[in-house]
Design a protein. Structure first.
Lengths: 157, 157
DNA sequence: TATTGTTATACTCTATAACTATA
DNA sequence: TATAGTTATAGAGTATAACAATA
């Protein structure tokens, strides 16, 4: 029963899903110790690195739909990690700022994630990791450019 | 706003999630043209390659919980792609067999997925793909071995 | 007592449509 | 009219507990 999926393992999508499904629960477990989820951590990290951006920009950076950002920023704000302040230039928008508590937490969680990342990639060299990043970013870009265009012509063959 | 997530892109989990989130909708779109979802296709492929296995074994191969397999096999059976037959040896279990229609569909869909996989990995060489597979399988194995054990000691540092 | 398949259920993630207030 | 944020909602995907039939 070992390798009953050997044919599927030729496909990048299957490999991606297997690796992601195995790794994400570990990331979730780590983040939940700090009261965070994946997207709330990513949001905090981006806000710390680039204070003052607004929710729409944050959604674009993380490739998340805007409605889903609302609750995430709600949680970060209620946890005292981030502040919403009405933007002076555009009073529709909120400027997102990290609090000192938010900055401090981001440092600790980032360190923990880096350590966990080393365990997840144990057995891979520094070159392997650079190569892996390149491969994953190319796949992401290819997928983004694949807008409906060439999805369709295969069901008729 | 480009590369506002450059720090996050150092982390394998973030890269994995970005690539997977971008690629999976394309895979879903392709499969839905054939009336399949990701796990129902994977199940069909495994049943075609290894006829006679039961639902629990299928769940193990695909790393899916058994309750979720039930509905998937239901759908495959209702679509006339797979048959459940009571196993002679163990009358609790079902032996899963592909129908001729199921075998034929699997061939077509697999071909389409391979073509789509080539587009998703456009720009990567054959060596790149071998290397990528190795990296993803190592990450999956590392994650699987990371059972709660070393998740915990970081929140106290 | 343990296991196979099943039911019911619940939680997370993600996506869309429609609203409000500002521009 | 267009955009920022919001609300409500719905659909996948995934996970657990508990049950019936069989081992």
């Amino acid at each position: 029963m070992d390798q009953f999926d050997s044919k599927l393992r030729q496909m990048p999508g299957y490999l991606l899903r297997r690796a992601t499904s195995a790794a994400m629960p570990k990331v979730n477990d780590l983040l939940s110790e700090f009261g965070l989820r994946r997207t709330s951590y990513s949001s905090l990290a981006v806000i710390v690195a680039h204070p003052g951006l607004n929710q729409g920009q944050l959604a674009d950076v993380l490739a998340v739909e805007r409605p889903n950002i609302v609750q995430i920023v709600d949680q970060l704000e209620q946890a005292g990690l981030v502040q919403r302040t009405k933007s002076a230039e555009d009073r529709r928008a909120y400027s997102l700022q990290p609090t000192p508590k938010g900055r401090a937490l981001e440092v600790r969680v980032t360190e923990a994630l880096i350590q966990q990342g080393l365990r997840l990639t144990q057995g891979l060299s520094a070159e392997d990791l650079i190569h892996l990043r390149r491969c994953l970013e190319i796949i992401e870009q290819n997928a983004d450019q694949m807008e409906a265009r060439d999805v369709c012509d295969l069901s008729s063959t």
